[in-house]
Design a protein around this ligand. Sequence first.
Ligand code: ADP
Ligand code: ZN
Length: 439
Amino acid sequence: MTTIPAYHPVSAPDYLPQKQLRELQSQRLQRMVKRAYENVELYRTRMTEKGVTPDDIRTIDDIVKLPFTMKNDLRDTYPYGLFASPLNEVVRLHASSGTTGKPIVVGYTKEDVDVWDEVVARCLVGYGVTDADIVQVAYGYGLFTGGLGLHGGASKLGCTVVPISGGNTERQLMLMRDFHVTCVGCTPSYFVHIIDKALQMGINMRDFPIKFGAFGAEPWSEEVRHYIEEQAGIKAFNIYGLSEICGPGVGAECCFQDGMHIFEDHFYPEIIDPATGEALPDGTEGELVLSTLSKDAMPMLRYRTRDITTIDVEPCACGRTIRRIRPIRRRSDDMLIIRGVNVFPSQIETGILRVDGASPHFQIVLDKGPDGLDRIEVRVEATPDAVDDTVASVEQFQKKIQHSISQIIGLSVKVTLVQPYTIGRSEGKMNRVVDNRNK
Ligand code: ADP
Ligand code: ZN
C-alpha cells in the first residue's frame, strides 16, 4: 500500500483549488508576456507578425494566441539573445547541446534559482524525502542542469547533500554505504550500472539504507523501474525537466508513481499536434509545449519540447490539483538521449565530415554494454581515397573520425569502417539510427 508522505509547506502550490491556480497562472502569464515583449526582440517580432500584443493576453486560455518557440531559436540567438534581464541580474548560466556545434545557453536570476530550488524540493517532498534524508547527487555537475538542479532542491529542503557528481562507481558505492545515504539522484541507466557494479563486487544494495531514487534526464520503462526497485530495495521515482525551462524539476511523480505532476504554477503545459501545431484537449497524445510563468532572466513562451506525452484527465489519488503527464518515451524529432546526453544525428554527420576523405554514408547503432550503459557505434563507409588495404590505415582513419565526433558530442564512440555501398540508401528521409537498447 502507498503511504502518503507528511505535508510540507513548500508543496502548498501543489494543492491550490483549480480556480485559484488558474487566476495565478493568468496573472503570471500576463506579466511574463509583457516582460518578454518589452525586452526580447525575437518575441516582439514574432508576436507582431501574429498580430498579438501583451494586451491580448488576459487569461491563461489566451496562451494559444502566442507564437511557439523552438530549440533553433535558442541557437540562433546564441548566447544571450533571449535574455529579458540585464546580465548583472543573471547569476547563473547553464548549457545543453544544440543541434550543431554551439550549445544552447540558459540564464537564471537569483529569483529564478530560488524557483528552481523550490520546484525540485517539491519533487522530493512528493517522493517522501524530508530534511532527515541524506541525498547523494550522482548527476553530473557543471553546465548540465542535473547536478546543481537536484543539489539546490535537496538543500532547500534541508537534506544533507553529498555532491559527488557522476562517475567513479566504486566510490559512489562506498559513500552510499559509509554516509548512510537514503536518497540517490542520477540517470536511471547510471543507477542500473551502479547495481551491476555492486553485484560484481559482491555487495547487496538491499542492505543499504537507500529508500528513494530520483531518476530522470532520459526515457526509462516500467521494466527498468521494477529491476531497480527489486535489486536495490528502493522506490524509484521519475523526475522530468529540460534546460530550456529550468532543468530538472519541471515535473515529477508523487508517491503513487503514476504519471508526473507538472508544477504548473510555474510551467504551463499544453499538448499540440506536432504536425499542425493545433492545441489538443487533455487526454490526447501529442507534443508537450511548456511556457514559463515566472522565469525572469529567460522567459520561454510556448516552447516546443518535442517530447510526446498525454496530460491526464483524472485527478491523482495524492490530492494534488496540478495536472500530470504520462511518462515520456518518444520524441517528435530525431534527438537521441545517450547516457543522459542529447545527441542529434546531424552532429555525428558534422563530426564525420570534418575528417578529410570521409564519406557521408553512415549509420548509428545504439545498444547497452555488459555494464548496462548505453553504447554508441558509428558505421561509416570507407572511401578508396582515405584508406588503403592495411589494418593500420583503417584503424588510424577510424580513430580520426572517433576523435572528431567525440569533440562535438562529448561522449566516446566506437567508429567502424564498413565496405562501400553496404549502408542502405534512401530516397526519402534516411533512417540513420538503429536503436537496440530496449531489446
Ligand atoms: P536534462 O538536464 O533534463 O537532461 P536537457 O535539456 O539536456 O535536460 O534534456 C531535456 C530532454 O531530456 C527532455 O526534453 C526529454 O526529452 C529528456 N528527459 C528529461 N527527463 C526525462 C524523463 N524523466 N523521462 C524521459 N525523458 C526525459
Ligand atoms: Zn499525485
